[in-house]
Structures are given as structure tokens and as C-alpha cells.
Design a protein around this ligand. Structure first.
Ligand code: ADP
Ligand code: ADP
Length: 224
């Protein structure tokens, strides 16, 4: 059975149908690229899968459990324990140092500062940005910031990483680096990745591609 499965997801913003009956399934450990034109519903699909946006209709199952009707509290608890997030602009907290940013998901899960920051530092080192530990996001480059954001997504050992245009703000060299780090981390930790991108070069890092058009998923062949 898939780790995460969505059936018939629909979501409208006022008169705009962002998703209309989208189906999606994710197996444990696989890297899936969600492609499609701008405005086709890719981000909305990712936000619904990740429990950030509540769909108007459809069902969601995670790890054998129906999570369609979970309360907001239960959904945010699931996000904290099982999911990691990387967005186009790293969205690091500007007032915190980089090591504090990476430690944040662990702190929110109740870990003590010392242990959380030690693990955060290990991930910064693994992504070769441990020299940013004491700096604030405003004092580092965009490429470094995105690596720090990847470290923050991975530090809590998530089973699913949701990445929305994670390379969108980077030049091609840094974009390739971030994709290598994400896919290596997926292989090493067994985390599945849902990767929203409109770039074929970025999608080429995935195991499988699906295409979203007009709010529904048009192709979802499993990779050989
Ligand atoms: P994509 O990620 O493929 O660019 P989105 O999921 O962001 O597509 O958007 C799908 C459609 O829904 C677009 O028409 C977009 O303008 C609209 N939309 C997305 N989010 C919102 C929102 N928060 N409020 C209003 N309209 C939205
Ligand atoms: P992406 O390319 O990842 O879809 P967008 O620039 O379309 O990024 O959207 C960025 C954010 O703005 C998302 O959270 C999306 O839900 C929201 N958004 C997109 N379109 C609209 C809209 N028409 N009105 C309000 N919010 C929107």
C-alpha cells in the first residue's frame, strides 16, 4: 500500500478551482516530481497532501490511516513528527541563527536545546554549511540558505519531505547541489520526497514524474 494516498482532491479559492478531483499516491522512499504549467494546481496539491490546506472534497490516507478529517491540532502534530518542508525561498526565521533554525523542528517536538542543536550542527556539517551555524540567514548566500533549509527539513528524520520549487531561487549549480543533497538524503534515510517543479532538469532527479493540468493529475505511471 502507498505511504500517502489522495483520492479525488478538490479545492477552490472563491471562483477559482485550484484542484478538481486530483488522485495521487506516494510509496515509501520514492522521489516523485510534480510537474505542470504555472497555475495548474501543483502547490495546492502539495499543500493538501501535507495537511497545510484542507481540501473541499476528497480523501487522504497516510500510513494506513484515514487522515481526511483530522483536527487542525492533529494535523500539525503529524506535520511536525512525520513531514519535512523545503520551499523556494528557504523561509528561515531571520531572528534565529542558522543552527537555531535547523534545531527548531526538534525544539517544537519537545527536545532540549543542547541535544537539538547538536543534531542540527551534525546536519549542517553533512550539508557542508556548518560555518553558517552562528550566523543569521541575512548574513549568508542564497545557496547556503537553501542548504540550511534542507538541513532543517531533514533534522527530524521525516518520512516524507515536501519540496515546493526548492531550486527555484538558485542558479543551476546550486540547484543541482540541492537536488543531489535531497535525493542522497532520501536514499540514506528512506524519506520519500514530493517535489514540485516546472523544470525538467530538476524533475530528472526524481524516480517518477506526474503532471498536473487544470487541477487534476494527468499521468502517474510508476517508474520501471
Ligand atoms: P501552481 O503551483 O501549479 O502554480 P497553484 O496551486 O499555486 O498552482 O494555484 C492553482 C490556482 O489556484 C491558480 O489559479 C492560483 O492563482 C489559485 N490559488 C492558489 N492559491 C490561492 C490562494 N491562496 N488564494 C486564491 N487563489 C489561489
Ligand atoms: P508557486 O509557483 O509555488 O505556485 P505562487 O507564486 O503561485 O507559487 O504562490 C505562492 C503562494 O501564494 C502560495 O502559498 C499560493 O497558495 C499563494 N497564491 C497563489 N496564487 C494566489 C492568488 N491568486 N491569491 C492569493 N494567494 C495565491
Amino acid at each position: 500500500a502507498p505511504l500517502l494516498e489522495a483520492t479525488g482532491l478538490s479545492k477552490a479559492y472563491g471562483p477559482t478551482a485550484a484542484l478538481s478531483g486530483a488522485d495521487f499516491a506516494l510509496r515509501a522512499g520514492e522521489v516523485v516530481a510534480v510537474m505542470g504549467p504555472s497555475g495548474s494546481g501543483k502547490s495546492t496539491l502539495l499543500h493538501c497532501l501535507a495537511g497545510i490546506v484542507r481540501p473541499d472534497a476528497g480523501t487522504l490516507a497516510y500510513d494506513g490511516r484515514d487522515i481526511t478529517a483530522l483536527s487542525d491540532t492533529a494535523r500539525s502534530a503529524l506535520r511536525r513528527t512525520d513531514f519535512g518542508f523545503v520551499f523556494q525561498f528557504g523561509q528561515l526565521v531571520p531572528e534565529l541563527s542558522c543552527v537555531e533554525n535547523v534545531a527548531l523542528p526538534l525544539r517544537l517536538n519537545g527536545e532540549k536545546r543542547k541535544a537539538a542543536e547538536a543534531r542540527a550542527l551534525e546536519w549542517l556539517a553533512r550539508l557542508e554549511v556548518d560555518d553558517t551555524a552562528a550566523k543569521r540567514p541575512g548574513e549568508i548566500s542564497g545557496g547556503q540558505g537553501q542548504r540550511v533549509a534542507v538541513a532543517r527539513a531533514l533534522v527530524s528524520s521525516p518520512r516524507v519531505i515536501f519540496a515546493d520549487e526548492p531550486t527555484g531561487a538558485l542558479d543551476s549549480l546550486n540547484g543541482e547541489r540541492v537536488m543531489r543533497l535531497l535525493t542522497d538524503a532520501s536514499r540514506d534515510t528512506g524519506a520519500a520526497v514530493v517535489l514540485v517543479t516546472h523544470e525538467a532538469r530538476v524533475a530528472a532527479w526524481s524516480d517518477r514524474e506526474v503532471v498536473v493540468r487544470d487541477g487534476s493529475v494527468r499521468s502517474s505511471e510508476w517508474a520501471a
